[in-house]
Design a protein around this ligand. Structure first.
Ligand code: HEM
Length: 510
């Protein structure tokens, strides 16, 4: 029998390594079995070629080293080289090389700041992963996320790590998304919203009552989290949670926060989740899973986002006495003491209230890094604005960067200045040639047919809560935020949900 020389055996192993890279590139296998075959079985089999020259252990070792060296070198050359479909877009070397770098940045909670810096450094489109770009350009919003835009990207698969069946928000198949979205549209239409009013009003009344009873310093962020959780449970499940009254006795919220932190790291590694998902496919009672998973999604997506937006809005109001005075004047005009601030009939006229909420979400959209879209392989790619997004790659509009871009909001793009929203609609003298207010760059609820379905409920809840708080309470920043109010913003972390620190306040009745 003729044996291969060591050199020839190594050449064969290297060649098979290159073939494996091509298979990974073209088919992007997610299933555990094919990945295990490519990663472990193939190099193990290739070790046979060396058995005539070395022991079994050495043959395995050499085979794994030569196979992985070729595979990894080929991946590195491809990702950094001119033939990669995203080669023309700038970005840090580590981002181009692997999603692991972004997973580490995400772990630290500063991904929003990191991507914003990349945009400031490299322009409106930057490569934030081997196969992903971030865009800071309004002209890309509609083509990317509008009616004829792209389907959801793979990040959602990673984010939904702990949910057995992919929920609505993660549906990459546009037809399936549309199908699953229909009942949601019905659940949040104008008629349904009217029915939620008394439910939300009851929770707002409870919230104000609980705050009035707080002696000393209270953590407003925590009470808002509980409020938001109860409201979303009431509207999604018809009740079942009483976190405002009992606190997080079941430790559900803490678990949810931990799960969210973990899932956003896995959004960078969706293949890991896909493999995990294979094991959960038992085919049992899918219809029930669909309903349950979508409802879980509503509680997570809805309650966290609403709580974050309200915490930020109230923080900025308390920090700025002028804003507080103006808001109070508007609330008192429409809802004098003794009247019901949960009656929604005047909200439509309360322009300053909306300006405060919008400005808080402009600075800190609760989903800071935006929602990913991607084109499946075989679709050929698509232009979004001036940028070509090749098939098999993903893109997101970075809402945090866009909302603070001086080309869209000026002057003072990084400053909480609610008056800009009023000035935009007026002929005020302050509105000189430098004043820019482009609401196309304001995307807290995303854009298009897959944007936030709970937007109207969220806006109603936030208006009701802020109105009632301002009418009945006097809130003042306390604790560590007295000397260092900036700490609140420094402690905001991008974990898909906007992770918050404590918001200590002193509460007095008005
Ligand atoms: C201030 C509060 C909120 C903000 C800022 C917000 C923001 C968002 C964003 C950015 C998305 C991603 C959309 C996309 O992929 O393009 C989303 C999706 C979604 N949100 Fe909200 N959300 C809020 C409140 C709520 C509430 C109260 C609910 C329901 C109780 C809710 C339910 C959903 C659902 C079901 C989706 C998935 C929509 C789809 O994929 O078709 N959200 N939200």
């Amino acid at each position: 029998m003729q044996y291969l020389t060591v050199l020839n055996a190594l050449v064969v192993q290297a060649a098979i390594g290159l073939v494996s890279h091509t298979i990974f590139k073209v088919y992007e296998p997610f299933r555990l079995l094919p990945v295990a075959i490519l990663v472990f079985v193939v190099p193990a089999i290739l070790s046979i070629l060396l058995l005539a020259h070395f022991s079994v252990l050495y043959s395995l070792l050499i085979s794994f080293v030569s196979y992985y060296t070729t595979l990894l070198t080929s991946i590195v050359i491809y990702r950094l080289g001119p033939f990669h479909p995203l080669a023309k877009y700038p970005g840090p070397l580590l981002c181009k090389l692997s999603m692991i770098h972004m997973a580490i940045v995400t772990f630290g909670g500063s991904r929003h700041e990191y991507i914003r810096k990349l945009h400031e450094q490299d322009g409106d489109i930057v490569r934030i992963g081997p196969n992903e770009v971030s865009i800071r350009d309004v002209s890309a919003v509609a083509p990317l996320m509008g009616a004829s835009g792209m389907p959801k990207g793979p990040m959602w698969v990673g984010r939904c790590l702990l949910i057995p069946e992919l929920p609505l928000i993660a549906q990459q198949d546009s037809a399936e998304h549309l199908h699953r979205r229909k009942p949601w549209n019905r659940a949040f239409n104008t008629e349904a919203l009217k029915a939620y009013e008394p439910v939300v009003a009851e929770r707002v009344t409870q919230f104000v009552h609980i705050l009035k009873g707080k002696i000393g310093v209270a953590d407003l962020a925590q009470v808002l989290n509980a409020f938001s959780f109860d409201v979303t449970s009431d509207t999604s499940f018809g009740g079942g949670s009483n976190m405002l009254r009992d606190g997080d006795v079941e430790k559900f919220r803490s678990l949810m926060d931990a799960a969210m932190r973990m899932s956003v790291i896995f959004e960078n590694l969706p293949w890991l989740q896909s493999m995990n998902r294979q094991n959960n496919e038992d085919g049992a009672d899918l219809a029930f899973h669909v309903v349950l998973d979508d409802a879980v999604l509503a509680v997570i997506a809805g309650s966290e986002s609403t709580a974050s937006a309200m915490s930020n809005a109230l923080f900025f109001v308390m920090r700025d006495p002028d804003v507080y005075t103006k808001l109070k004047a508007e609330v008192d005009m429409h809802y004098p003491q003794g009247t019901n601030a949960c009656d929604t009939r005047h909200y439509g006229k309360m322009v300053y209230l909306d300006a405060v909420l919008n400005e808080a979400m402009r600075l800190y959209p609760p989903d800071l890094s935006g929602s990913q879209r991607a084109l499946m392989r075989g679709t050929g790619g698509k232009y979004v604005g001036p940028y070509f997004i090749p098939e098999g790659t993903a893109a997101r509009v970075h809402s945090f960067s866009l909302g603070r871009d001086p080309r869209h909001f000026s002057p003072l793009p990084d400053t909480f200045w609610p008056d800009r929203w009023l000035l935009a609609d007026s002929d005020d003298a302050e509105k000189n040639a430098d004043f820019i207010h482009d609401t196309n760059a304001f995307l807290p609820f995303s854009f298009g047919p897959a944007s936030c379905v709970g937007k109207d409920l969220a806006m109603m809840t936030m208006r009701m809560l802020l109105c009632s708080c301002v009418q009945q309470l006097e809130l003042t920043l306390a604790g560590h935020l007295v000397d260092d109010p900036g700490r609140w913003e420094r402690e905001l972390k991008d974990y898909f949900i906007l992770d918050k620190g404590k918001l200590p306040v002193v509460v007095k009745s008005r």
